[in-house]
Ligand binder design. Structure first.
Ligand SMILES: [Ca+2]
Ligand SMILES: [Ca+2]
Length: 465
């Protein structure tokens, strides 16, 4: 293949120069226009399937300029509608299997397999590349599977990476995407972004790596619809990053923390499930203006959400349950944070703790949090040196059977089992609810007598239903 390209170079250099001039004249002014949509249409990788290639092994490919695509005879025109295509190759090499730098032509590396016999080298390296697409590749036993450096508008789609030392590494990249890919059994980061801007990581299945996703000194990135599980260290490791979002992600069974956020600000973490880590679920340290919303943080060996030296953060409408230590902890020097609309239940040591200053556990009007250890009357004082108070607490009911978690704790039934309460507990609960109703009616009558008909007594009437 290499020798044919050399002959091509010798025989057709003149016409290539002419073609190149025509091509340059035809280059679109918008260098980051996406390729035609069907180019991106690949199935979601689930970490099991592999691309099957039957082509012969080839030599590494080196492209050092746009001109090299032409010189080496790759099909295509380098445009969004007709990108250069490097496809159907299997390359086994200790070096860099495909090495492309300093190009802005549109190209696709598709349906290829890259590996090494000695776990060395890089599968695909793109340096100073704009408009590159890596699609449906299988990379095993390389030191680094895919390396993008100083790239713009490049996409990795449908990659399967396994048994490499490092998965996909982006440094100083802008507006690049890694999507619909599976990375597993990588003893370092599956995805690592360093000094990147507006990177999108979506629909990734990341399993049995060290860290699943690591962002360091990044801005404006999105992590969406990703599953990170069975990690040797941390699921999402977010270090000095700003203005980023993590949406609809699951982080499960990590050996260290589910997510570790340090020195970062203006993050939104929403609709996420972080569960089953051997340390804290979500550890937020020296951060500002973090928003955690509509998420489930559960079953961690230590605390569910732990803020340290972090200010102006909001934890809203989340379920924080079954953690071995504290459910939600505003620890030392964590000030002006807000926790509201959360369900804090069955955390072994305590549901909440506040050792900071000026943190709010309600909206000051009507909305606080639901607690499994709230008995249904009065306010709820959060343990800790702040002596913070939820002025509008409610009782949580994890299984939705109408008995609060607190009542179930008294009755001895299982607050997570909707089949509860058992018959004996039913009797007890009837006695309990009946007694409460009796008290409520008595109070209501007394209040009515004192304040007259226009006063509407606030009662626990739902218990009578
Ligand atoms: Ca219940
Ligand atoms: Ca129950």
């Amino acid at each position: 293949m290499r020798s044919e390209r050399t002959i091509l170079l010798g025989a057709e250099i003149g016409s290539i120069v002419v073609m190149l001039l025509v091509l340059l004249a035809a280059q679109p002014t918008n260098l980051v226009r996406p390729m035609r949509p069907e180019v991106y249409d690949v199935p979601l990788r689930d970490g099991v399937a592999s691309t099957s290639q039957t082509v012969a092994e080839g030599d590494p490919i080196v492209i050092g300029s746009d001109n090299d695509f032409l010189v080496q005879g790759w099909p295509g025109k380098g445009t969004p509608d007709d990108p250069y295509v490097i496809s159907g190759l299997t390359i086994v090499s200790s070096g860099i299997c495909i090495d492309i730098r300093d190009t802005s032509s549109y190209f696709a590396i598709a349906d290829c397999c890259f590996s090494a016999v000695d776990d060395a080298g890089v599968g695909i390296r793109l340096v100073n590349v704009t408009n590159g697409l890596v699609k449906s590749v299988n990379i095993t036993s390389k030191y680094t599977a895919i390396l993008l450096s100083e790239c713009v508008a490049c996409t990795v789609l449908g990659a399967e990476v396994s048994a490499c030392n490092q998965g996909v590494f982006l440094e100083k990249c802008n507006s690049c995407t890694v999507s619909r890919s599976a990375i597993h059994d990588v003893p370092n980061q599956a995805i690592h972004c360093y000094e990147c801007d507006r990177i999108t990581l979506s629909s990734l299945r990341l399993t049995r790596n060290d860290d699943a996703i690591s962002l360091h000194s990044c801005v404006g990135c999105t992590i969406r619809d990703c599953t990170m599980r069975d990690h040797l260290d941390t699921g999402a490791h977010l270090y000095f990053t700003m203005n980023c979002t993590m949406l609809n992600c699951s982080v499960l069974n990590t050996y260290n923390m589910g997510a570790y956020v340090h020195g970062s600000s203006n993050w939104t973490i929403a609709n996420c499930t972080i569960s089953g880590s051997k340390y804290h679920g979500l550890y937020i340290e020296r951060c500002f203006r973090m928003l955690i919303a509509n998420s489930t943080i559960s079953r961690h060996r230590w605390s569910g959400i732990y803020l340290r030296e972090s200010d102006n953060c909001s934890i809203l409408d989340s379920t924080i349950e079954h953690n071995n230590r504290t459910g939600l902890f505003f620890s030392i020097d964590s000030d002006n944070n807000t926790a509201m609309g959360n369900v804090l239940r069955l955390n072994l040591e305590t549901n909440g703790r506040d050792d900071g200053h000026d943190n709010r556990w309600d909206d000051g009007v009507s909305r606080g949090n639901s607690w499994s250890d709230y008995n249904g009357s009065g306010s709820y004082t959060i343990p800790g040196s702040a002596q913070a108070v939820d002025h509008f607490p409610s009782s949580s009911d994890g299984d939705g059977d109408g008995l609060s978690d607190w009542e179930e704790a008294i009755l001895g039934s299982d607050p997570d089992d909707p089949a509860d309460p058992p018959p004996s507990a039913h009797v007890l609960s009837l006695v309990y609810v009946g007694g409460m109703a009796f008290s409520v009616i008595g109070i209501a009558v007394a209040v009515w007598r004192v304040y007259g008909r226009r006063s509407s007594p606030r009662t626990a009437l739902p218990y009578l239903d």
